[in-house]
Write a protein that binds this ligand. Structure first.
Ligand code: DSN
Length: 478
């Protein structure tokens, strides 16, 4: 697309929106300005291409399309069929999967589809068959009672939250923790790494129906061949949630034992993190689970979002281009440069480094909680998020960690030299921030003291770092 076409498209779209509710148009323009100015290090965020963004803003949004390609509960879905089939085809080709289901609206939804597919495949439950044949709203109390009784107490073994696992892998605040009897495996306290012998031991003791691998804050590769062997040894279905590192799989940085697709029975992902697509989810599986996965809507999903499936098709087509592999490798190179820069300056990193897209700083080394560090960095123009570290003494709210990731800045074009400069800025802020006190003078886990002059100076340096790497350079909103 030419520079002119991108500017014209976004300008025109905003003009149309402005004609109805100018405050929304202003907020959209302000979001672009904010994203352009901030050093975005949130490991789960990225910048989708203009083509991906534009594929979402259209009349596909107006179409209901419950069901799947060629088997819809609504008439007139021929064009939705086209984009859903295209997105699925690109996903299959990109990941080497035999089946792709591109309807999930988010990662949680993708995981729910996978859980129900596995339950339906593995557990003999007449109530589940009845539930699948109807709309959820049509189920009676007796149906639900039978469903709970027949499915009850199935077991899931996943990575613990504070070791970097995800909420949807069986933890109580999420429905997965209520659907399943859950146990988790952690990491070795000395190295911070997954100890596969301990995972095997936990699997032998617990005998889960589903063994889940995948993470949102573990800075290392996972050996999916070994995890599959563990699953097989106890008759578990092996599921991988690759939401965070899907871009590294797509870009062939994670291959062999580290590519989940050949090893797992079922793989879920989001499409908007390192994969750089629209906000959404996806499920990949072999033929044996395909039929159950395709029942995701209406079993657990609301009607599909055809405009987002169109954008998934565009983004997946982009990820099949050779330059995406180069992008994926640069994500990891940048994360390693950032980790090295932080280590050289004395930071403590969980596992001592990274071999993926993220770095987890244990900020207790700076005498701070994750919350204090997150806010002090934000004051200085650096956007990160606080995160638990293994055996975190500050719990999941205040935490002791800061998670940083490189997919977004790599999309902008920043490289190793800028990562080293970023490490310097982060270290400057964290080493000059001190814990504050509450109104009663007691130590606070939230309050902090940072000289505003330091925050301002770092903010200015962060902005200077971004200047040579404009975000959406072809988009001029005037
Ligand atoms: N919220 C996502 C993340 O930041 O990792 C995962 O759901």
């Amino acid at each position: 697309m030419s520079r002119n076409a991108e500017s014209t498209a976004f300008r025109s779209a905003l003009e149309v929106v402005r004609g109805v509710e100018p405050r929304v148009a202003d907020a959209i323009a302000a979001e672009l300005a904010d994203q352009r100015e901030s050093l975005k290090l949130i490991a789960s965020e990225n910048y989708a291409s203009p083509a991906t963004l534009l594929a979402m803003g259209n009349w596909f949004s107006d179409k209901y399309a419950e069901g799947t390609v060629g088997r819809r509960f609504y008439a007139g879905c021929q064009n939705v069929d086209t984009v859903e089939a295209l997105a699925a085809e690109h996903a299959r080709e990109l990941f080497g999967a035999s089946h792709a289901y591109v309807q999930p609206h988010s990662g949680i939804d993708a995981n729910l589809v996978a859980f129900w597919a596995v339950l339906a495949d593995r557990v003999e439950s007449p109530a589940l068959r009845r539930a699948q044949a109807r709309q959820v709203n049509d189920l009676t109390e007796a149906d639900w009672f039978a469903l709970r009784r027949e499915l009850g107490n199935q077991r899931m073994l996943g990575m613990s939250l504070d070791a970097g696992g995800h909420l949807t892998h069986g933890f109580r605040p999420n429905i997965s923790g209520k659907m399943f009897d859950q146990r988790s495996y952690g990491t070795d306290p000395a190295t911070g790494l997954i100890d596969y012998d301990r995972v095997a031991e936990a699997a032998r003791e617990f005998k889960p129906l589903i063994l889940v691998a995948g993470y949102s804050a573990y800075p290392r590769k996972v050996n999916f061949r070994i995890m599959r062997e563990i699953a097989d040894s106890v008759g578990a279905t092996f599921m991988v949630d690759m939401a965070h590192f899907a871009g590294l799989v797509a870009g062939k940085v994670f291959t062999g034992d580290f590519d989940p697709v050949p090893h797992a029975h079922i793989v879920t992902t989001t499409t908007h993190k390192s994969l750089r697509g629209p906000r959404g989810g996806m499920v990949l599986c072999g033929p044996e689970l395909a039929d159950q996965v395709d029942r995701g809507c209406p079993m657990v999903l609301g009607g599909p979002l055809p405009h987002v499936m169109a954008a998934k098709a565009v983004a997946l087509a982009e990820a099949r281009r050779p330059d995406f592999a180069d992008y994926a490798q640069r994500i990891v190179d940048n994360a390693q440069a950032l980790a090295d820069g932080l280590l050289r300056r004395g930071a403590t990193l969980v596992t001592g480094g990274t071999d993926n897209h993220l770095v987890l700083i244990d900020v207790s080394g700076y005498g701070l909680t994750g919350r204090q560090a997150e806010q002090a960095l934000l004051d200085s123009g650096i956007v990160t998020n606080r995160n638990s570290v293994p055996q975190d003494p500050n719990g999941a709210w205040y935490t002791s960690g800061i998670r940083i990731g490189t997919p977004a800045l790599t999309t902008r074009g920043l490289g190793a030299a800028e990562m080293d400069a970023t490490a310097e800025l982060i270290h400057t802020v964290l080493s000059q921030t001190t814990p504050g006190t509450g109104p009663d003078g007691a130590p606070s886990k939230a309050k902090y003291v940072l000289d505003p002059a330091v925050a301002e100076s770092v903010g200015k340096q962060a902005a200077d770092l971004l200047t040579p790497f404009p975000l959406y350079p072809a988009v001029d909103l005037g």
